[in-house]
Structure formats: C-alpha cells, structure tokens
Write a protein that binds this ligand. Structure first.
Ligand code: ATP
Length: 316
C-alpha cells in the first residue's frame, strides 16, 4: 500500500538573519511548484532540473502541518503494530534538528516531530495495558553512544537470526509516563549530544541522532471480531490471553549531507567525512532498493542501515 513505500517530502526553511541581511534571494536558484509537488533547481538562465516529491512545504509551513502530513501516517501505522521510520536529511543548517528535534519549551507550536509523535502515541494508548519506552542514541564515526547514559559507548547492534529484530544490548530503554517526562528525556539527550560533541571537538551535525520508540500494546480480542494484524509481528495467542503487539518507531536526525572536501580537511575531519559518506551512501542504496521493491535491501554496509534494518517498514 501507499504507506509501505518510501515517501519523500521537501521543506524550505525561512531565510536566517545573515541571508536576510545579505538580501539573499532563494528564488534565483529554486522554484517551488507546490501544485505538482515539484522543485525546479535553476542552474543558470538556460538550464534547470526538476525533482518530484511526495510533498513540498514552503517557508511558512508550520511544525504542526509538517507533523500531520509527514509523520502522523507513520505514527498511526506504528500504533497498529508496524515498524516505521522518519528521517531528516539535508545539509548543515537546513533545519533538520528544528524539524525533528525542536522541544518548543517556550513556544509549544514550535515542537518538532519527536515530541509530537510521542504526544500522539501517549494520547492514543492506555497506559494500563500498553507501554511506551524510548532509547536515544548517537552514531558517530561508526560508534553507537547512548544519549541517555553517556558513559555507554560502542554499543553493539545485534540482529535476532530468527525474527530479524534489531536490538542494542546495553542501551538504556526508559519507560515513558507522560509528555513532561518525554521532554525531560529529550532535553537530557540533547545536552549529552552537545557535551559529547564538544569533548570530541566535533559539531552536532557530524553525528546521526536516533530516537527509538518502543511500543507494546495489549489488544483484547472478542471471539467474533476479526482483527487484521501484521503477519510477522510478535504476538501471544491463544485462549483468553491478550494479543500483544510490539512495534517501534525510529526518528532520525541525520548528519549533514554536505560533501566535505577531503583535500582541505585534516585528521579526524577526514575520518568523519569518510564515515558520514559511508552511512549516507549506504542509506541511499537501501532507499533505492526499497523504492524499487527489491527483495534484497543492502543494510550490511554501515551501522546506520543495520540499526534501521527492521524499521524500514520491513514488517509490513
Ligand atoms: N522552519 C523553520 N522555521 C524557523 N527557523 C528555522 C526553521 N528551520 C530551521 N530554523 C532555524 O535555522 C537554524 C538551523 O537549523 P537546524 O539547526 O535545525 O539545522 P540542521 O540542519 O539541523 O543543522 P545541523 O546539521 O548543523 O544540526 C536554527 O537556528 C533553526 O532554529
């Protein structure tokens, strides 16, 4: 179905103060055609290239609208027991962290996809029978670090050979009670991401941040009702035992996609560039394979794609 495929939305952020001061004019290089969901990249007066998207959002699009169009359908399918992923991709400074990670402490209308998804999930389930827990990780130089327990580094990525389920033994999984708790945890993650990056003398944009939301829901099944459930979802039957649906949602703030000029970089910058290029190019290969409905998704090449393996919507 439409939900199972890869969907790509484009968002243009408003001009920042520097761009306004310089009188920058985005219109000379990009033209949005929202009616046909196309973006025209102008190379010069004669040549341009057009790209087709599933959705196009201009500078004035609200965080609420982005959530509703882009993330809400994924969250709804995760609530039904499927795994799903939402990712932000773009160069440094294009608004990835604003779009997915903004906490909106002063102004709730600025909340990004992470907070809104958890708010939606909390309001859609009953905490008496269901549970929601989160892990928050950072992937830097092919090493997984725990943003909720920063002493944990080099966390392994393990795949269950039978179910294909991906897990990260040792990473903190914190059960969520309410939205305030969510914001506290995301704030801790943000602070640790910043601290870890300062220590490593790098920028936040050189690492991937990955929020994993684990959902477990108990469905009471009456005999006469037929419920359609994802075929390979873990469940407990039969008798009067409730059916337990397990699913997860990954929300990923990817490292900046800009190409780093290796000749101009030195030492750890070259290492960074190498690993970011590795993970983003292997992500690209997986997304192409998914888009082409290929039976083989090449997830082995990088830790990023190994972490995402069971959440590319793969259990649909
Ligand atoms: N839609 C928007 N509306 C208002 N401000 C925005 C919007 N998008 C981004 N910004 C602002 O632009 C700046 C850069 O955005 P942001 O930090 O999210 O970029 P980024 O792509 O995550 O960069 P990095 O890769 O360095 O983390 C921030 O100050 C952010 O608040």
């Amino acid at each position: 179905s439409d939900l199972c495929r890869v969907r790509v939305a484009l968002r243009i952020r408003p001009k920042n103060t520097d761009e306004l001061a310089q009188g920058a004019d985005f219109d000379t290089c990009v033209e949005l055609q929202p009616e046909c969901k196309k973006l025209k990249l102008k190379k010069n007066n004669w040549a341009s290239e057009s790209y087709q998207f599933d959705e196009i959002f201009g500078e004035n699009s609200s965080q609420k609208r982005i959530y509703e169009v882009v993330a809400k359908p994924v969250v709804e399918s995760v609530l039904e027991g499927y795994n799903g992923t939402v990712m932000a991709y773009g160069q440094t400074g294009t608004g990835k962290t604003y779009t997915v990670g903004q906490l909106g402490k002063e102004d709730p209308s600025e909340r990004g996809i992470m907070v809104r998804a958890l708010e939606h999930i909390l309001s859609s389930m009953s905490l008496e029978t269901d549970s929601v827990a989160v892990s928050y990780l950072q992937l830097y130089l092919e090493s997984v670090q725990d943003l909720l327990a920063p002493e944990k580094t080099n966390i392994p990525i393990v795949e269950d050979p039978k179910t294909g389920e991906v897990s990260l033994p040792g990473a903190a999984i914190v059960e969520i009670k309410d939205l305030e708790h969510v914001c506290q945890l995301l704030q801790i993650g943000e602070t640790n991401r910043h601290a870890a990056n300062t220590k490593m003398n790098t920028e936040s944009s050189r690492s991937h941040a990955i929020l994993i939301i684990h959902l477990q829901r108990s469905l009471k099944i009456k005999e006469e009702t037929t419920v359609s459930i994802p075929s390979d979802t873990e469940h407990t039957l039969p008798g009067d035992l409730p059916l337990v649906l397990k699913s997860k949602l990954l929300i990923v703030d990817l490292a900046g996609s800009e190409r780093i000029d290796k000749s101009g970089s030195e030492g750890h910058m070259i290492e960074e560039a190498k690993f970011i290029n590795l993970s983003l190019s292997s992500l690209g290969k997986c997304i192409n394979a998914l888009a082409e409905n290929s039976s083989h998704i090449p997830t082995r090449d990088s830790k990023l794609t190994r972490m995402l393996r069971d959440s590319f919507g793969g259990n649909c």
